[in-house]
Design a protein around this ligand. Structure first.
Ligand code: NAD
Length: 289
């Protein structure tokens, strides 16, 4: 049976893009996989690990024959990347991305595309604090939600329905669970359930560096290590997310500050009765997850 997309180009061969390429190869979901990455190291590794059939040192070379193009670079690099590749995309090509924020990309990227090319915003809820092609792995997307955020104007294009359904089928073959969501609603949700925990991990780690130059961290146990794990993530990726989702993230942080403040106030007042109630309430909710 012919693959859903014959030729797939992946721009950005890091953890996400590299894992996608490995999965597509392993499950034989495409006849050609082309890769592009800024750094030669990840390009070389993608070939060595047989994630791509061919890699290029220019994005436009990588996309010109593709019928599916996937952006897998930091979110704040995607607009300039699409400005570069736009003129080289074939009609009936589907452009999508794996970026962690959606509102600005879903509104801006379609404006940069030639007629006949369709954009569908995407975000798989898969990954880790690790980065780079060396960390890429099979089955990263298995059993994971994959948000799909269409642009309402793009939906009017005649090719939209077919390409959207084909992409949905492709990610289901990777074992992912597609969820359609409006882009701004996606960003508000993710500010709370993904971007906020990342900021808290950074702040937790930072707060300890101020105490005896962080010397006590050598004794940290699993509680601290689990809670601060995300602080080891790629700063390049997270600066991009903070820029793109600045307002929803600020709101999430302000809301979090209120919760933290309740603990501080109860401690100041030695109000252990209300603190117990607070702990019991959240412990019960956490156990349901
Ligand atoms: P990564 O750092 O592992 O990989 C990014 C790759 O892009 C690197 O190989 C880097 O060299 C390359 N790159 C950076 N700027 C580039 C540019 N301008 N042109 C070409 N290549 C460039 O990061 P990742 O975790 O694979 O994240 C990729 C995308 O996936 C990001 O948009 C991120 O928001 C999103 N995402 C990440 C996770 C996660 O947990 N890591 C989860 C979901 C979505």
């Amino acid at each position: 049976m012919a693959p859903i997309f014959e030729k797939i180009a992946i721009l950005g061969l890091g953890l996400l893009g590299g894992s996608l390429a490995l999965d597509l190869q392993h499950k034989k979901l495409s006849s050609q996989i082309y890769g592009y990455n800024r750094s030669p190291k990840n390009r070389g590794l993608a070939l060595k690990r047989k994630a791509c059939h061919q890699v290029f040192d220019s994005a436009k070379e990588a996309v010109k024959e593709a019928d599916l193009v996937v952006l897998a670079t930091p979110v704040d690099s995607m607009i300039s990347l699409v400005q570069e590749i736009g003129p080289f995309l074939k009609p009936k090509t589907l452009l999508t991305d794996l970026g962690s924020t959606k509102a600005s990309l879903v509104s801006q990227l379609p404006k940069l595309l030639p007629k006949g090319v369709y954009f569908l915003g995407g975000h798989p809820m898969a990954g880790s604090h690790q980065s780079g092609m060396a960390q890429a792995r099979l089955d990263l997307f298995k059993e994971k939600f994959w948000f799909l955020c269409p642009n309402p104007q793009e939906e009017k294009k005649p090719i939209a329905k077919k390409l959207k359904n084909n992409f949905k089928k492709l990610i289901q073959k990777l074992g992912a669970k597609p969820v359609f969501l409006e882009a701004k609603a996606h960003d508000r949700l993710l500010a709370n359930i993904s971007h906020l925990p990342q900021m808290l991990a950074y702040a937790l780690m930072h707060s300890q560096l101020n105490i005896d130059q962080g010397l006590g961290l050598a004794y940290a146990g699993s509680g601290f290590l689990d809670t601060s794990r995300l602080a080891a993530s790629s700063p390049e990726m997270w600066i991009g997310i903070a820029k793109e989702n600045q307002k929803p993230l600020l709101k999430a942080l302000q809301n979090f500050s209120k919760s933290l403040n309740k603990i501080e106030k109860a401690l100041e007042r030695k109000d252990f009765k209300s603190l117990t109630k607070y702990f019991e309430e959240v412990s019960q909710e956490r156990q349901k997850l």
